[in-house]
Design a protein around this ligand. Structure first.
Ligand code: MRU
Length: 368
């Protein structure tokens, strides 16, 4: 992706210019490449809610930078400065409930506020910017590592199917589910990708198809309901998706429509891979039924996307007023349907609670 298409940029304050989180507006892609510059907490909160920035790792990065936009009065007491940052963290945490990366990143930022003393409080703004930048840079490295590990699973594949957008747009760059595809493409093995549209907000047809095309990876958009028929015809060698939260037993929450794909993949004997960094695991949740599922606005179902697929504006009425609609944004795929989870640390084959625990134990006590 070009610099213009960078998902998230941070603009430090200078003179009269306030700090800002500068986002590629993902509600406008593919019709327009517009940026939205957020100079205040409410602007950034709204941008996360409206999916201007979306995808689990990207939400965490944006929120981490967002903490630095807290309206802090530097002449206030250390206690009040800390309170202002805590309020900002609590507020940003209300933006979206499912992607645990948001809470993980905000916890890291909270750790710095807690660690500040009355003597070091003057350094806190600088430290918070450094921490958000570190979270951003670490995500870049993790995406590259996931690409390398994931590529070991896709070496024999020609065609894969993906759902939603788990690429560079959803992360610092490169992506989670798309990272092995980019890695192999760079090595000269170019896969064909089927991208599910991903109703109702079309992250697959608008975003995945756009970013793969930019990278020169051949992509074919299909409706969500075509996956079964494509597998039945033997056209899919593997399904590969990202995740918003993975429970301790390996159950995976991802964009609504992922679970039926896993069921179809099992029936057709197609491997089903999940690619996610370790900060997408929520080891405090024993199983996937405990993962909070975001319920989004009915209007996303009731109206087609606005002109030029701009999700800011309502398009035509798509559902009669008399009918009810439901709009859960995520579903949970049981671990038993997952062939492997790829993290930046390696591959967990046929994930179970024990294997997830072993994966994390190995990180905490690296072999000498
Ligand atoms: C690398 S991102 C993995 C997930 O965050 C992605 O698959 C997804 O479901 C995103 O949902 P979205 O509602 O667009 O934020």
């Amino acid at each position: 992706m070009t610099a213009d298409a960078e998902t998230i940029r941070y603009r430090a304050a200078t003179g009269d210019t306030p700090a800002a989180v500068d986002l590629l507006d993902q509600t406008r892609i593919p019709a327009e490449l517009e940026r939205l510059v957020c100079e205040s907490l409410p602007e950034l909160h709204d941008a996360i809610v409206r999916l201007v920035v979306r995808g689990a790792p990207a939400i965490g990065i944006a929120a981490a930078y967002g903490v630095t936009l807290a309206p802090v009065d530097s002449s206030a007491s250390p206690e009040n400065v800390r309170r202002c940052y805590y309020d900002a963290i609590e507020y940003l945490a209300t933006s979206r409930p499912t992607a645990v990366n948001l809470f993980w990143a905000l916890d890291r930022m909270r750790g710095l506020v807690e660690a500040s003393t009355d003597e070091t409080i003057g350094d806190l703004p600088r430290r918070l910017i450094d921490e958000a930048t570190a979270i951003h840079n670490e995500d870049r490295s993790m995406c590259r590592a996931m690409g390398k590990h994931g590529a070991t699973l896709l070496g024999d594949c020609q065609t894969v199917l993906t759902h939603c957008n788990a690429g560079g747009l959803a992360t610092a760059e490169y992506g989670t589910a798309l990272s092995p595809i980019y890695y192999l493409h760079e090595k000269g093995h170019t896969l064909n990708v089927f991208a599910d549209e991903t109703r109702p907000l079309m992250q697959g047809s608008r975003l995945t198809a756009w970013e793969l095309s930019q990278a020169g990876v051949p992509v074919t958009v299909c409706t969500d309901s075509m996956a079964g028929s494509l597998m039945q015809r033997g056209l899919i060698d593997a399904v590969i998706v990202g995740s918003d939260r993975i429970a301790e037993n390996g159950d995976v929450a991802n964009k609504i429509g992922t679970y039926p794909l896993a069921v179809l993949a099992r029936y057709h004997d197609v491997p089903f891979y999940v690619v996610a960094p370790t900060n997408t695991f929520d080891l405090e949740l024993e199983s996937g039924d405990l993962i909070p599922i975001e319920q989004r606005s009915e209007d996303e179902m009731r109206y087609t996307l606005g002109a030029d697929s701009n999700v800011h504006t309502k398009g035509r009425m798509a559902v009669p007023r008399e009918a009810s609609v439901i709009n859960p944004a995520f579903d949970v795929t049981p671990a038993e349907l997952v062939t492997a989870i790829v993290t930046e640390q390696g591959v967990i084959k046929q994930p179970t609670r024990e294997k997830v625990q072993q994966h994390f134990a190995a990180i905490q006590t690296p072999a000498s």
